[in-house]
Design a protein around this ligand. Structure first.
Ligand code: ATP
Ligand code: MG
Length: 138
């Protein structure tokens, strides 16, 4: 068993489709072992996406991430990181496989409904960024 970190992004909370997304997560054999709804601060969003700070889309990305509430989650399962990336689909919904969250729900390459960690190291870092140990209840 392993863990990954997920965000249901502002475009999805705004459209009231968080339940539909959680259904796909659970149908894909991942367990939501921690979850909370929050509105990110600018500093929090900038810190979270620090790896992209030199990218041309960084400023827009931060504005978008703080525009509406998000749901942050810890997901657990076999090969959780790769499994969730598969359930999510490609960053650009035009390239996403049928049945993936992004194919079904993403609006465009930026407003793409979900985030998932891309490595073990980042999963640990990202979980720590948003959750204390006692908030992860299994
Ligand atoms: P995430 O890290 O959110 O799970 P990802 O790993 O599929 O997504 P990244 O390359 O890490 O994609 O980009 C982080 C986020 O930045 C994307 O999910 C998207 O919201 C936004 N983004 C990425 N590329 C672009 C782009 N070319 N134009 C606008 N926004 C982009
Ligand atoms: Mg990424």
């Amino acid at each position: 068993m392993s863990r990954t970190f997920s965000i249901i992004k502002p475009d999805a909370t705004k459209r009231n489709i968080t339940g539909a997304i959680n259904k796909l997560i659970e149908s894909g054999n991942l367990r939501i072992i921690a979850q909370k709804r929050l509105k990110m601060s600018k500093e929090q969003a900038e810190g979270f996406y620090d790896v992209h700070k030199e990218k041309p889309f960084f400023k827009d990305l931060v504005e978008y991430m703080i525009s509406e509430p998000v749901i942050v989650q810890v997901l657990e399962g076999d090969d959780a990181i790769i499994k969730y990336r598969t359930i999510m689909g490609a960053t650009n919904p035009d390239n996403a496989e049928e049945g993936t969250i992004r194919k079904l729900f993403a609006l465009n390459i930026q407003e793409n409904s979900v985030h998932g960690s891309d490595s073990d190291e980042n999963a640990v870092k990202e979980i720590d960024y948003f959750f204390t140990k006692d908030e992860i209840v299994g």
